[in-house]
Design a protein. Structure first.
Length: 180
């Protein structure tokens, strides 16, 4: 499993948003509400960084301290994925909390979604599944941090994504942990 430091090497502009001392997400509460543990690489990323927006295009949705129940609820009630599933447009993938169901952890402003497939049972073995806005589905046998590092190192290609993804010099914006 790739460490956050390796993502920082692949995407250096991310480091200005690192939260010294961590963000103190209540993982026990979040995972109890969600009904499953989450991958350790994602937990490390979420402790180190707020919600990240890369190149004003890809948003990595990490839970906010104090709003863990909201993140869990949104993950369980993914209306877009549920609609696709009901229309038969998920290529055999199912929404969480069904066994092996998908949990979204990132999306783009053009309608691409990045999920984990919650099977096998061990969260650190969950693969990344991508559904692009044009309906392409791809699965990668890596975690979220390794996936992002591969995309921004250009060692991992996601078919169906825009030609200019990823950008040549990606900029990262970190969104505040304030809850309004």
């Amino acid at each position: 499993m790739l460490r956050v430091a390796e993502l920082e090497a692949a995407l250096p502009s991310i480091t200005r948003w690192r939260v010294p001392g961590g963000r103190s997400v209540d993982w026990a509460a979040l995972e109890a509400d969600l009904g499953t543990a989450l991958p350790s690489d994602f937990r490390s990323l979420a402790e180190a960084y707020p919600i990240l927006v890369i190149d004003d295009f890809l948003t990595v949705s990490v839970p906010r301290p104090g709003a863990e129940a909201s993140w869990a609820s949104e993950s369980r009630e993914d209306e877009i994925l549920q609609d696709l599933y009901e229309m038969g447009d998920t290529e055999g993938y199912v929404p969480f909390p069904r066994p092996g169901g998908l949990i979204c952890w990132a999306e783009t402003n053009s309608g691409d979604f990045f999920y984990w497939r919650t099977s096998p049972a061990a969260p650190d073995a969950w693969p990344v599944v991508v559904r692009t806005d044009n309906g392409d589905w791809s699965e990668f046998p890596v975690g979220a941090v390794e996936f992002l590092a591969g995309v921004y190192r250009r060692t991992l290609d996601v078919s169906g994504m825009p030609r200019n993804f990823p950008g040549d010099d990606p900029k990262v914006l970190g969104l505040s942990d304030r809850i309004d």
